[in-house]
Ligand binder design. Structure first.
Ligand SMILES: [Zn+2]
Ligand SMILES: [Zn+2]
Length: 103
């Protein structure tokens, strides 16, 4: 299973194309921009409570047969949060006090 490479930040809706180094993902591939992860989420995924890592760049060039961003294109389905900003703030505050490996 490859990453879907979702097209936007779930918090601020900024575009995050597959080669955007600002993209952050949790283990379920909930996707946010680095700015929102830092400023609004305290490195806590509001959907699952896990932490984030930089999303790897899928290569433009087909270095190996069938494996490139053209051959395995990114998802075009935009995803949006279903929680309010206040709810997310409280959730992030609570969970960020716990180390990711202990959550
Ligand atoms: Zn964002
Ligand atoms: Zn998540």
């Amino acid at each position: 299973m490859a990453l879907a490479l979702r097209p936007n930040c779930e918090y601020c809706d900024t575009d995050l194309p597959p080669d955007d180094e600002r993209a952050r993902i949790c283990s379920y591939e909930c996707t946010f921009c680095a700015d929102c992860v830092e400023r609004h989420l305290r490195n806590v995924c509001p959907n699952c409570g896990g932490g984030f890592a930089p999303r790897p760049i899928r290569p433009h060039a087909e270095w190996r047969p069938g494996l490139s961003v053209a051959k395995r294109p990114p998802s075009s389905q935009r995803v949006h949060l279903s929680f309010s900003a206040d709810e997310i703030r409280a959730f992030s505050e609570r969970i960020s006090a716990i180390a990711p490996a202990q959550r």
